[in-house]
Structures are given as C-alpha cells and as structure tokens.
Design a protein around this ligand. Structure first.
Ligand code: FAD
Ligand code: NAI
Length: 328
C-alpha cells in the first residue's frame, strides 16, 4: 500500500505554509477548503472595480524566518512593498502619520501569495469538513455532503479557532484550547469611484466608533481596474453590534462615516461590495505556536495560536509542520 498522505484543512496562509514546508520535506499532502479558492482571510476578490483586498490589507515582518519568506515571495514576484501616504484620525480630524515601518502586499493582489504557495499541490475546494476521526491506524475526514476522504496518516487543522474546536473532538484537550479563543468580526466595504477622489490620503488608521481602517486599494502596487477603489473596515465593536445588519445598510453607514472623515467631496460610488468576516481576529495574542497531539498525529495552527496577523498565521503553519516532521 502506498504511504497515506497528510490532510490539511484550510488553505489560508497557515495551512499553505504548513503544506509547502511538508511538501518540501518530501511528504505528500492534500488540502481541503470550504471556499472556492485559496487564501482565506488573505484572499482577494475579483470585481468590476479590479481586484480588491477585502481581508488582510498589508503585512509587516518582524520575525527573521518570516522576513526571509517575504523576501522569497518578492523574488517570485508575489509581493512588493506598499508605502501609502499614511494618515491617522484623531477626534474626527485627519493628520499625516508617516512612519518608517515596512509594509508588504501581495501583487497584483493579496491572493497572489497564497495562490503562489498553493501552486500545483493537490487540493479539494468547496469542501467543508465537518468531522475528523481516527480509525485503528488512519484518519478519515467527512464533509458537509457526507462524503468521506482518506485514509490520511496525519491531519493539520488550519482554520479559525471556533471552527477548529469542532474538528478537534478526537483530542479533547486541544479542542478545549481552541474553544477558549474568542474571535471578533469585521465588516469590510469596498467602494469604486468613476473619477479619483480629490485627496492625497492612501491609508488611514481611524479606530473610532465605526471605522477602523481606510485604504485606497488602487494605490497598492499592480492593482488593475478603471475605478478608484477603496476598502473600509469597521471596528470589531461596531461590526459585532451590527453583525446582522443588511449589506446595503452596512455600506451606507460606513460610506457615511468615510465621507464625513475624508477631506474631499465623495460622490455616489459606481460600485460597492460588503463582506462580513465572522472570525476576523482573535481578541488577544497567544504563545502556543501550534497545537499538537503527536501520539494521535493531529495538529492545529492559525493566527489565533500566535498573533492575529499574517505573520502569526504563517509562523504557526511553519511550527505545525515542524512539529509533525519531528514526530515522524
Ligand atoms: P484563514 O485565512 O482564516 O484560513 C482558514 C481557511 O480555512 C479559510 O480559507 C476557510 O475557508 C477554511 N475553512 C474554515 N473552516 C473549514 C472547514 N470546516 N472545512 C474546510 N475549510 C475550512 N493581518 C495582517 O497582518 N495585516 C492586516 O492588515 C490584516 N487585516 C485584516 C483585515 C481583515 C478584515 C481580516 C478579516 C483579517 C486581517 N488580518 C490582517 C488578519 C489576517 O488576514 C489573518 O491573521 C490570516 O490571514 C489568517 O490566516 P489563517 O491561515 O490562520 O486563517
Ligand atoms: P502595523 O505595525 O502597521 O500596525 C499596528 C498598529 O499600530 C495599527 O493598528 C495602529 O494602531 C498602529 N500604527 C502603526 N503605524 C501607525 C501610524 N503610522 N500611525 C498611527 N498608528 C499606527 O502593522 P501590524 O502590527 O502588522 O498589524 C496589522 C494590522 O492589521 C493592524 O492595523 C491590525 O489592526 C490589522 N488587523 C485587522 C484585522 C481586522 O479584522 N480588521 C485583523 C487582524 C489585523
């Protein structure tokens, strides 16, 4: 019988980092994702306003290993620096807020990085895993349509904590750790204007009642589309309070807050899109790197194991793969 492969649930940056690391170490992996494409919270949306980064906006690299990976992505042409004309808002007033921080984005869209990492690794999309169980020797996954997938020698669960908890039932201790993590929602709204807005602002930390962040999507390197595209994020608190508000109403409210804050006339947008991220960010950082039950061959990783950022997710995926390889 040929060697059973390793199942990885989740094609966000954590799952993909684990998959690439294992593949490079000679292991056979198979990825699953409930979405139609890869990237998770780092994915971009193709639209008539060009590609839009609705989730992660940019990332910073502070850890040496991650910095090396980002340089590699840059060499591959998947990532570039983004140095927006940066502002912050204080008491409803905009003030320039330039700094020395290096900020990176995927090119020509955020999804280029996760797409590049996925490459031709075997993957099953539109497949929501609902159960992960172990027989005498091997693991089997069951999806929402009742289909079984396997056998697998090991499983890495790389999904947000509340979703991971349900899939970790075979390892109650790991499930309890995942279940202890609270994650906050974020409403994201994209706007596309026919003519460029008359402002030099390209990004702004707002962090007031409703708006958390504003980005001129079009100012990122390599973005296409004929509209002047912007992305607005609601704060965690506002998003939680308005979790079930209709998308049209969310768009209207965040557009209103944007128009009130920005220092130029804001005409009616040609294009709007709203997306609700239910599990956008963990309420706090942790220092778990990745969860492991080496005896069972079950691992969990994701941004919630470290910092709720792209870097934290990547490092966690790296650690899950390292722990797995250590126990082969
Ligand atoms: P995810 O990207 O969530 O990947 C998990 C994957 O698992 C998803 O593709 C999902 O479809 C899949 N999945 C879930 N359940 C199942 C299941 N049962 N079966 C199959 N598949 C499943 N970070 C930064 O560093 N900088 C930023 O500017 C930034 N801004 C952000 C803005 C927003 C609005 C959001 C939402 C996040 C932002 N982040 C930012 C955080 C960053 O996006 C995340 O930390 C990182 O992308 C998480 O990666 P991950 O692989 O851990 O999880
Ligand atoms: P970073 O170092 O650019 O920002 C970290 C934080 O420092 C910012 O949130 C902001 O409060 C502050 N800050 C940084 N530079 C500033 C400046 N020039 N002027 C004013 N304030 C400044 O990036 P890092 O540490 O990589 O963080 C990633 C970003 O992703 C954060 O802004 C975070 O809020 C955001 N994020 C958003 C999520 C969401 O769901 N909306 C989820 C996860 C991260």
């Amino acid at each position: 019988m040929s060697k059973a492969s390793i199942a990885i649930i989740g094609t966000g940056i954590a799952g993909l980092c684990a998959a690439r690391t294992l593949h490079d170490a000679g292991q056979t992996v198979h990825l699953f994702d409930k979405s139609r494409g890869s990237g998770g919270r780092m994915a971009s949306k193709r639209s008539e306003a060009g590609s839009l980064d609705m989730g992660a906006q940019y990332f910073t690299a502070r850890d040496r290993r991650f910095t090396e990976a980002v340089r590699q992505w840059q060499t591959e042409g998947w990532a570039e620096q983004w140095s927006p004309n940066l502002f912050q808002a204080r008491d409803g007033q905009l003030a320039p807020s330039a700094d020395e921080q290096l900020r990176w984005v995927g090119t020509p869209s955020m999804g280029a990085i996760t797409g590049g990492l996925l490459g031709d690794l075997p993957v099953t999309f539109s497949c929501r895993i609902t159960e992960v169980f172990r027989g005498e020797e091997y693991w089997t996954l069951v999806d929402a349509d009742g289909a079984s997938h396997g056998p697998f020698s090991q499983v890495i669960i790389a999904v947000p904590a509340p979703q991971a908890a349900a899939l970790l039932a075979t390892a109650p201790k790991l499930a309890a750790v995942a279940a202890s993590v609270a994650m906050e929602p974020t409403w994201a709204v994209a706007l596309g204007f026919a003519a460029p807005l008359n402002t030099t602002l390209e990004a702004c930390f707002v962090q007031d009642d409703a708006l958390d962040w504003i980005a001129r999507n079009r100012s990122k390197p390599g973005r296409d589309g004929h509209l002047d595209s912007w992305v607005l994020h609601g704060t965690s608190g506002w998003s939680r309070q308005h979790l079930d508000l209709a998308k049209e109403a969310v768009t209207e409210r965040l557009l209103g807050a944007f128009a009130e804050l920005i220092d130029c006339v804001v005409p009616a947008p040609e294009f709007t899109l709203a997306h609700r991220w239910l599990y956008a960010r963990p309420t706090q950082a942790h220092e778990w790197s990745a969860l492991a039950d080496a005896r069972l061959g079950l691992y969990a990783c994701g941004d919630w194991c470290l910092s709720g950022r792209v870097e934290g997710a990547w490092l966690s995926g790296q650690e899950a793969a390292r722990k797995l390889l250590e126990n082969l």
